[in-house]
Design a protein around this ligand. Structure first.
Ligand code: HEC
Length: 118
């Protein structure tokens, strides 16, 4: 009887420690995820997309306006266009941005998909 009671208390403590450790890990992962998230708006300018493309009334005219591009094209298609524009248009003047990471390209697509950001 007594032994069983101690075991229950012991197990309860371990469970609490595990829960606290998991919570701490989740918080740390969350901070890393949010702070390490690439900024699509910044990439759009830094990578020079804005020199050729307009987005919500601002930018160049060499390429198509990208304001509603996510309504016309799938994410996969846009990802392909960014990494390898020649795949869609053999004589494209758009440079390939295959130096960008998956996450950076995702951030760019999220930015193109955003409606309220400035
Ligand atoms: C030198 C000019 C230039 C730059 C820089 C450029 N593009 Fe383009 N882009 C074009 C042109 C021109 C097209 C038209 C299709 C083609 O020729 O590939 C295009 C097409 C696209 C399309 C498809 C639009 C549609 O409606 O079919 C997307 C999406 C796109 N570009 C995204 C980007 C992004 C994101 C960047 C920056 C990482 C970028 N482009 C940089 C010139 C450029």
């Amino acid at each position: 009887m007594i032994n069983a009671k101690y075991m229950r208390i012991g197990a309860g403590c371990v469970n609490r420690q595990v829960a606290i450790a998991l919570l701490a890990a989740a918080v740390i992962l969350g901070i890393v995820f949010i702070s390490g998230r690439p900024d699509g708006a910044q990439l759009f300018r830094r990578e020079g997309c804005i020199g050729c493309h307009s987005f919500r009334g601002q930018g160049g005219l060499i390429g198509p306006d990208l304001t509603a591009v996510t309504h016309r094209r799938s994410r996969g298609w846009i990802r392909e266009q960014i990494r390898n524009p020649r795949k869609h248009h053999a004589d494209s003047v758009m440079p390939s941005f295959d130096h960008l990471s998956w996450r950076q390209i995702n951030a760019l697509i999220d930015y193109l998909n955003s409606q309220s950001e400035s």
